[in-house]
Design a protein around this ligand. Sequence first.
Ligand SMILES: [Fe+2]
Ligand SMILES: [Fe+2]
Length: 304
Amino acid sequence: MKYKGLSIFNANDALDRVQLPYSELRLLAADGGVEVMVQELKAGSTFDVYPKKDRSVLIEFFYVLEGELEFTGYEENQKIHSGDYIYVKDIDHTCTFNVNINSKVLFVSPQPIFHYIGEVISTLHQINQEIDEKDKYTLNHCERVQNLAVKIALEMNIDRGKLSGLAVGALFHDLGMISIDDDILVKADKLTREELAEMKKHPIHSAKYVKKIKYIDASGIVIQHHEKYNGTGYPKGLKEEEILLEARIISVADAYDAMTNDRPFRKAITQQEAVNEILKYSGTWYDPIVVNAFVQVLKKDKII
Ligand SMILES: [Fe+2]
Ligand SMILES: [Fe+2]
């Protein structure tokens, strides 16, 4: 093909979109962790820019395509018209812009953020919440695992293009628990062999849900989150580099979070005990390079 790699889209095309009460957000392009979005805002609404938890991110960039916004944070209000643009880096407060007339803003984020709000994703969030209602551990567990996994990945300086898959994979790794029988899910006693076999199918179920997100392929990551470095994990018994790096990272974050929180069948252990446990299995269950980065992250966060 003469113009290989060239894609032309129509005005209303999008990889994903989300309808919010006073605006529509469309994801136009996503690659290498960078996302390009367009947001249509209704007059009378506000447009907020939030500080990022991770300050190492590059700038975010907003270009007003149509309309008029007004920033009221300075002593004198400042109007932003079509053609004007906004840079955001290292803000420590949420910045609010009033939308004076119907407006359209093009938005470039160097970090994947759309998955927090995308429509397909919000359905998956709902499933996470449903599981949480059954088993008061999953929802926060997944968010904590996501948080830690991304920190480990940044510490390891992994390819930025892998970050969105990792973040989404971590957030939805246990989504397949929804397909597991309630009695098994919250059983306080040891599971029978059959129940255990059922439980071990959850990564496969999770992957099926995650596959619905068209613009981020995290299903391969999700399905591997219980694989072990020496090949003794499930569902496939993959080992070392056969397991995707993102899955090796999630596996450490997942184990740490599971050990440091109460489960129906056992009590939490301390953070230091959990670290010792992970170090003990570094190179057998866990990728030693990931374990090193994990220890660095906890040291930086003054947890150990
Ligand atoms: Fe799991
Ligand atoms: Fe988990």
